[in-house]
Design a protein around this ligand. Structure first.
Ligand SMILES: Nc1ncnc2c1ncn2[C@@H]1O[C@H](COP(=O)(O)OP(=O)(O)O)[C@@H](O)[C@H]1O
Ligand SMILES: [Mg+2]
Length: 472
């Protein structure tokens, strides 16, 4: 891709200002070979020669054409005026070196090109070497400093040897800048990753804190609930005694009519019948609060020190209890059906809190998938084909592990998405909804912390099944 607009006249006397030494003159007289075949930028160093004198182009090219640096050859691009150079530079951002004449269509056309490169194109990478015919054409010091000109040579000083040395030095500088640019980009990327990780750590910290808090609250709730539960039966007994006493009075003493009437108004029989029911529902309420408290405590176990024996069914049940508010019916859909096919499984040695986290993440994704698959379907339509999550557990045939299958009948995933489910940071959910961490964490907990297995099977439109295997 050479930009030759005005062809150099080959028979024009070679400018002896550039190549002075005898051997070089001989070199110059060699037949000019055809340009080497297809060399794209990327495999070659692109050097731009800007000079209004075609013979300078030819001499430069002859001097440098066989040059190789870091295994890459040279590709020349030509411009014969400042204006042309600008166009070429604009469309070739990969030029490594510009050998630039100063005096062309104007006395400082070359300097204008330099300004264009550094200011308009904001290109700090390309190396610029100014070449002037006369010492008097040297740019002012301020220009060299301000425009980041990398070198300044008198054409008269440039023997072939020196031109080669200067070019190599420039290409090396260009390569260094390119490397630094690349590394800076990689560093910026790494920094971003680090910041994300930090965020995640803060998040984990928060989770642990919430876990401790929940466990604390659960513990605190237990005592007062215990009082109430204990006193309810005592209250019931007392009341029963009182009622008996009252009825005995009524039967055996001659009470004044007033009191007999009053007792009739009080409908003691109704109280006697209704009160135990009332007490019963109070007891039920207490039991519910107790269950929630136990679930919170089990769920928020922040165990990392020792594995303990744990019944996975308890973990699943507790997790479902905590997710109850997401499973129950809302204005868009009926409640999600939970189908439990629990097998006869032994307790497993594990970190219960961590496995609860896995169940939580898998269930949460299932609920998300169901909500998404519902789309615009009406309440009634969903009722006909209800949203459901099926949980199956079994003891492996070799009795070495427990197998859990958690399946939803949500929208499923295509193959390419399924392949990335466990990838950290991979999410298809909107900002603020998905973090892409849930399955990555589940994977880490099952594989690394429990030497287990986790697999995802999915069919678009039919649903997704996660299979988890935990060794006993
Ligand atoms: N049960 C499922 N049904 C359909 N897609 C799922 C299911 N579970 C996970 N995925 C897909 O895997 C992605 C990663 O899940 P996850 O790591 O939990 O991150 P997040 O839920 O924050 O997006 C989800 O964004 C979703 O595209
Ligand atoms: Mg998730």
């Amino acid at each position: 891709m050479s930009n030759k607009s005005s062809k150099p006249e080959p028979d024009k006397k070679i400018d002896d200002l550039i190549i002075l030494e005898d051997e070089d003159l001989i070199f110059l007289e060699e037949e000019e070979t055809e340009e080497s075949p297809v060399r794209g930028i990327g495999n070659t160093w692109a050097i731009l020669i800007v000079d209004d004198d075609p013979s300078v182009h030819q001499a430069t090219k002859l001097a440098l054409k066989n040059l190789e640096f870091e295994g890459k050859g040279i590709e020349f691009i030509y411009a014969y005026s400042g204006a042309e150079a600008k166009k070429v530079l604009h469309s070739n951002p990969d030029i490594a070196l510009a050998l630039l004449d100063v005096v062309m269509e104007t006395n400082d056309a070359g300097l204008e090109v330099v300004r264009y490169i550094r200011e308009d194109l904001n290109n700090r990478k390309v190396q610029i070497i100014l070449r002037t015919g006369q010492p008097g054409e040297a740019p002012e010091e301020s220009v060299i400093i301000n425009y980041e000109i990398n070198d300044y040579k008198l054409k008269i000083d440039l023997t072939r040897q020196k031109l080669v040395t200067t070019t190599i030095a420039a290409l090396r500088a260009y390569q260094n800048i390119a490397t630094i640019e690349r590394q800076t980009e990689e560093l910026a990327h790494a920094l971003q990753l680090l910041q994300d990780t930090q965020l995640q750590l803060v998040q984990n910290e928060k989770m642990a804190m919430l876990g401790n808090w929940a466990a604390g609250v659960a513990h605190e709730i237990n005592n007062p609930v215990g009082f109430i539960r204990g006193n309810i039966s005592a209250a019931q007994e007392h009341l029963q005694d009182l009622l008996t006493a009252i009825s005995l009075y009524g039967e055996h003493s001659n009470l004044p009519d007033e009191i007999v009437e009053k007792l009739e108004d009080l409908e003691l029989e109704f109280i006697a019948e209704d009160f135990p029911k009332l007490i019963g529902s109070m007891e039920e309420g207490c039991d519910i609060i107790r269950n929630i408290s136990t679930s919170l405590r089990t769920f928020s176990r922040t165990d990392t020190a020792n594995k303990t024996k744990f019944n996975l069914h308890d973990g699943i049940d507790n997790t479902l209890l905590i997710l109850k508010y997401r499973l129950q019916a809302n204005e868009k859909r009926p409640a999600i059906k939970i189908i439990k096919n629990y097998g006869n499984i032994p307790e497993v040695k594990c970190y219960p809190g961590q496995l609860n986290q896995v169940f939580m993440n898998v269930f949460a994704n299932g609920i998300d998938a169901l909500d998404e698959s519902n789309g615009d379907k009406s309440f009634e339509e969903i009722e006909k084909e209800p949203n459901q999550i099926t949980i199956e557990t079994e003891f492996s045939a070799d009795k070495q592990s427990v197998i859990l299958k958690i399946a939803d009948n949500g929208m499923g995933m295509p193959e390419e998405l399924k392949a990335r489910v466990f990838e950290q940071g991979f999410t298809t959910k909107g900002v603020g909804k998905g973090t892409g961490l849930g399955m990555a964490i589940a994977h880490q907990i099952v594989i690394e912390k429990h030497s287990g297995k986790i697999r995802c099977d999915s069919t678009v439109g039919a649903g997704t099944t996660f299979t988890i295997v935990i060794p006993r």
